[in-house]
Design a protein around this ligand. Structure first.
Ligand code: IPE
Ligand code: IPE
Ligand code: MG
Length: 234
């Protein structure tokens, strides 16, 4: 880490994951509809990802929409899907400026053909870039693990190793997260990266996602570097 105000990371913090929670409460606090919170949340997401790239993080994963989030009111789900579609339209430009390599984690089969096409295109055109951004949509960790086991069963595997499972998950292309950050004050994983979080560090903050600042990221990084990761050893 640099010792001036700018935090820089090294290989110890290669992969950071965010549970971007608190958009709804951010809006409600301002007497605005929850959907407005998602718009601000989406803007902040772009800012935070760029900042992570700037300080040297190689991979960012964000939890954008869970398998359980379909249970929300239709207008809220529709707003999030529209934001996703609009976001996909900006990816080509963003990717060129910031060198982002996009990957979408989750079961994409539920999305409209238009959305799936956009997703496939964005992944394809950005595949040679270096800042990996995993966007988890219609993602649930249990569904991911079951999906992996079924893929291994179809291959006819009689005995499976930990590596087989890791390689069959949506995250096969990247290392496990070093740090998982959840905004919004709740202290739980809500079905996010249950397998991959084996030895992740956790950081929970009451800050609501749309309010998370780059200064908060600096604080989070400093806190991460103050920890001793023992991996069961002494
Ligand atoms: C997180 O914010 C975004 C999604 C789950 C899509 P929330 O919408 O869960 O915001 P709160 O937790 O209700 O404030
Ligand atoms: C987790 O937030 C999912 C995302 C941030 C996409 P939720 O708001 O859905 O989680 P719970 O319901 O509080 O556990
Ligand atoms: Mg929430």
């Amino acid at each position: 880490m640099a010792d001036n105000n700018t935090v820089m990371v090294d290989e110890r913090l290669g992969h950071i994951a965010f549970i971007m929670d608190g958009n709804g409460r951010w809006a409600t606090k301002r007497m605005l509809p929850r959907t407005v919170g998602h718009k601000y949340g989406a803007e902040n997401f772009k800012k935070i990802v760029k900042y992570c790239g700037k300080i040297g993080i190689k991979a960012v994963t964000v939890y954008a929409f869970s398998t359980e989030n379909w249970g929300r009111p239709k207008n809220e789900v529709d707003t999030i899907m529209n934001l996703l579609s609009q976001y996909l339209d900006t990816c080509e430009e963003e990717m060129k400026i910031h060198g982002i390599k996009y990957k979408f984690l989750g079961d994409m089969s539920v999305f409209t053909p238009e959305l799936r096409e956009k997703i496939a295109r964005v992944e394809e055109i950005s595949k040679d870039n270096s800042l990996l951004l995993n966007v988890a949509i219609n993602y649930g960790s249990r569904a991911e693990i079951v999906h992996a086991f079924n893929a291994l069963a179809r291959e006819g595997k009689k005995e499976i190793t930990e590596k087989d499972v890791s390689d069959a998950l949506y995250t096969a292309h990247c290392p496990d997260p070093d740090l998982i950050v959840r905004t919004g004050g709740d202290i739980r994983l809500s079905n996010f990266l249950l397998w991959q979080a084996q030895y992740s560090e956790f950081y929970f903050t009451d800050v609501l996602w749309p309010d998370l600042t780059t200064d908060n990221i600096d604080e989070i990084v400093r806190e991460f570097y103050s920890r001793k990761r023992r991996y069961g050893k002494v």
